[in-house]
Design a protein around this ligand. Sequence first.
Ligand SMILES: NC(=O)c1ccc[n+]([C@@H]2O[C@H](COP(=O)([O-])OP(=O)(O)OC[C@H]3O[C@@H](n4cnc5c(N)ncnc54)[C@H](OP(=O)(O)O)[C@@H]3O)[C@@H](O)[C@H]2O)c1
Length: 275
Amino acid sequence: MAEAPDRYALFGHPVMHSWSPFIHGMFAQQFDHDIQYRLIDATADRFRKAVIDFFVEGGRGINVTVPHKQAAAELVNELTPRAERAGAVNTIYVPDSTTLIGDNTDGAGLAKDLTVNLGLMLHGRRILILGAGGAVRGVLAPLLRQRPSVLHIANRTPARAEDLAGEFADLGKVAASGFASAAAQPWDLIINATSASLTGDVPEFEGSALAPETVCYDMSYGHGDTPFLRWARAHGATMLHKGWGMLVEQAAEAYFLWRGVRPDTRPVLDALTAN
Ligand SMILES: NC(=O)c1ccc[n+]([C@@H]2O[C@H](COP(=O)([O-])OP(=O)(O)OC[C@H]3O[C@@H](n4cnc5c(N)ncnc54)[C@H](OP(=O)(O)O)[C@@H]3O)[C@@H](O)[C@H]2O)c1
């Protein structure tokens, strides 16, 4: 009898829009691995039980997305240092079938996309990050490791940005504010890590934060410009990037944790951005 495929899944709410099955399917083809990757829509009250059931029934690993990344950090037996720092988990693996380990690959994914795929030098640069949610928690440490001259977090609710800046201040120079006071002069790199694009909104932000050479990166992705990139283009920015690379790189890092091999991300990124 043929062996059943190794089972993986993405847990979130909602998850149906996700490209993760496509990405992990392409990774598996590279190695001739027999895997199944499902999308599991779990509300907050069902998340914990659904994850435990998945592993009890032999599941090999999961990804976790909005809104469960912090709940996932509370559910696992152990956290990797980067997940502990982030207080959020996007990947769970089971090295010995009894221990659930929570990791966070979002930051490594973003850093690889910015520095390798896009070839950006972050050392000494002025970086502004919009948002102070789970995604920002995951990327602050790897961004600070690149030693920007300043990393400024601006958020609609300034207190959340200030809390994060305090939490990560030991790793580098981190400032925080609401949107208005972060737009006094142009930045070298602006990363939109708000979920505003999901509802077609743009963070209420002045165009004075942009110069033509400002690199604008939206963690959101989709066909055509996101609302944030449309806004940036309208204010004269020309270097515009969506979060496809971060998505594929964080997935490759998860695949490595699960299966011990590093997929080639380039063909997957090319396939996702071909149209
Ligand atoms: N490319 C990738 O691989 C990748 C990975 C992770 C996340 N993401 C994307 O990153 C985004 C953020 O994810 P998350 O997990 O951090 O979400 P989250 O924890 O729900 O945080 C959402 C953030 O967006 C802000 N926000 C929401 N609506 C806004 C609006 N209309 N105007 C201004 N700010 C608004 C919130 O501000 P308040 O604090 O004021 O509520 C908060 O800072 C999502 O779009 C997600 O899809 C992409």
